[in-house]
Design a protein around this ligand. Sequence first.
Ligand code: ZN
Length: 287
Amino acid sequence: MTAAAASQLSLVDILAIAAHRDDVEQTCGGTLLKMRSLGLETGILDLTQGEAGTRGSAAERAAEAEAAGRILGVRWRQALDLPDGRVENTWENRLKVAGVIRETRPRVIILPYWKGRHPDHYTASVLGYEACFLAGLAKLDPQTGLSARSAATIESDRLHRDSEKSVVDDGVRAGAPQDSRREAGATPHRPFKIIYATLYYDVRPTFVVDISEQFEGKFASILAYKSQFTDQNAGKDLFPAHDEIHVRVEAMARFYGMLGGVTFAEPFLQKEVGLVDDLLSIPVKSI
Ligand SMILES: [Zn+2]
């Protein structure tokens, strides 16, 4: 199957998964914007809804996430219902994420790096990886966690779960109809590539993406989280004002840009080695 044909069957080409709303904007928003400019479909899965944040309610953050997603041009964005501040790598949570992977069928998944200060971030990394594995298991039904054959015997339970499903669909650009998405959710899918966004942790990336053209768009998507980044008294030590956040975001982008010989970049790590055909076309100057 050609890449174009495969893409037609997928809701998105690239899916970024992160613990909190605004994590994706901060760690790989420029990259998503760039991929969109190349004509690829992108999506974001936030594992939590932000109810434990110092500022703003979950509802405010949902509206902000939708606005940010629109700036980044994503086709699809949802937030799961994992408790904010308590992202756990449980079987049930792995099934929820695996269900999303089957629905959206991305070729590339972006996960948070597996080390970090915030437990939600590093837990989301392992949870995301294991969900990618589960999503590809032919006999697994993510709705029930059972093999397809035994799942058929508890159809009524599945319907019950569906009615309780507490997924927030932000409705960022129209996705596929619910029925076809559910059908797609039953078909195994494993992404071809998993990469890790490392911006939150001091580790040397294995590659960076040049976001020189997308930096301002990335910053605008971060500022869409008005409840987090406006000047107010609550949590002032944690949440710097606009100027300060611009300096920080720009400094990081410039640092990784410098490593790649460009103005602004976002850092990533892949577990696999790089594969090269033509030595003359390897980018990034050595000396
Ligand atoms: Zn976070």
